[in-house]
Design a protein around this ligand. Sequence first.
Ligand SMILES: *[C@@H]1O[C@H](CO)[C@@H](O)[C@H](O)[C@H]1NC(C)=O
Ligand SMILES: *[C@@H]1O[C@H](CO)[C@@H](O)[C@H](O)[C@H]1NC(C)=O
Ligand SMILES: *[C@@H]1O[C@H](CO)[C@@H](O)[C@H](O)[C@H]1NC(C)=O
Length: 161
Amino acid sequence: MNPVVSIALLLSVLQMSRGQKVTSLTACLVDQNLRLDCRHENNTNLPIQHEFSLTRDKKKHVLAGTLGIPEHTYRSRTTFTSHNNIKVLTLANFTSKDEGVYTCELRPSGQPSDGFSQTVHVLRDKLVKCDGISLLIQNTSWLLLLLLSLSLLQATDFISL
Ligand SMILES: *[C@@H]1O[C@H](CO)[C@@H](O)[C@H](O)[C@H]1NC(C)=O
Ligand SMILES: *[C@@H]1O[C@H](CO)[C@@H](O)[C@H](O)[C@H]1NC(C)=O
Ligand SMILES: *[C@@H]1O[C@H](CO)[C@@H](O)[C@H](O)[C@H]1NC(C)=O
């Protein structure tokens, strides 16, 4: 691998440590309910706006959040919980009618252009149960990314240059 690629990789890892970035969005099933885990950075004290939405047949439906107005049909089916660096949305009674691309978007208040988002394509047949997915994943993924980038750099002898 050439050094330019290594530098780009390192930069992208470093960039992840700045801003209120959405680091991952995952979907899984709890009984008949869809659970969306939106993990993000928390390194600012600015209030933050969020939005969960579903895009289906090219139409966007707001499910929950403070950015757009949640659609009435979803409001009664969603439950939202938030911790320091994870926002969790549960959509009750998930069926194939709810398949589509789910988006989690975060935006600092008063900065309309500066949002971060992640998407996940949810298909009923491909959904896994939530059991195996731990909230601890976030902690270890950082370390893994760092180790990965370091070993990549080492592999190209970048460090010894
Ligand atoms: C989910 O479906 C069950 C059975 O059809 C129903 O009793 C329940 O009210 C539904 N839950 C929501 C949140 O719509
Ligand atoms: C970020 O963390 C602080 C405590 O460490 C908490 O008070 C704040 O609400 C968190 N922000 C978000 C957006 O979760
Ligand atoms: C990350 O690890 C710390 C302790 O090592 C723990 O207190 C914290 O809850 C963990 N964060 C998550 C998201 O699990």
